[in-house]
Design a protein around this ligand. Structure first.
Ligand code: TYD
Length: 146
């Protein structure tokens, strides 16, 4: 399978952002501004860390939620599946943001022990927005109804 990095990939449900690093001799800084560097208003931020070896997280799609995933430390990989194609992204730099929009199945895996995966989300946590069953997701992605 293809690993895409540092390449802007447009598709219906996902896109890679390469954020500008504002560095000087003291170090580096990245700033992400609502609706400028990210295509939605951020209503929630959460981060995943201390993930045990071999663990796969995610394994769901969303009905409406938009997210940008940024690995601020360490690395992990992300599978995104729009029901037609599966893509694997390696997030190993804090200047890469993977935008995932709604009805896309996602799985995060291969977490390094020091991985901190920050997620910027367009809405607060809502279990009703989750699709946790792959065959339900696949049916919806093909235009069906549950
Ligand atoms: P879960 O959805 O299993 O995480 P992931 O998709 O990354 O594998 O969430 C783990 C727990 O945290 C679960 O009990 C729901 C809760 N949770 C919140 O309370 N708020 C949040 O914003 C998120 C993402 C999860």
């Amino acid at each position: 399978m293809q690993i895409l990095n540092n390449a802007i990939k447009y598709d219906a449900g996902f896109k890679v952002y390469n954020y500008k690093i504002k560095g000087d001799d003291r170090g580096a800084l990245i700033s992400i501004e609502n609706s400028i560097d990210i295509p939605f208003e951020i209503k929630r931020v959460y981060y995943i860390f201390g993930t045990s070896s071999g663990i796969v997280r995610g394994k769901h799609a969303h009905k409406e939620l938009k997210q940008v995933l940024i690995c601020t430390n360490g690395s992990c990989s992300v599978l995104v599946d729009d029901g037609k194609k599966k893509h694997h992204f390696l997030l190993d730099k804090p200047d890469i943001g993977l935008y995932v929009n709604g009805l896309v199945w996602r799985e995060m895996y291969d977490f390094s022990p020091d991985c901190v995966l920050m997620v910027l989300a367009s809405d607060i946590y809502c279990e009703d927005d989750y699709i946790r069953n792959y065959s339900d997701f696949f049916k919806l992605a093909k235009g069906g109804v549950l």
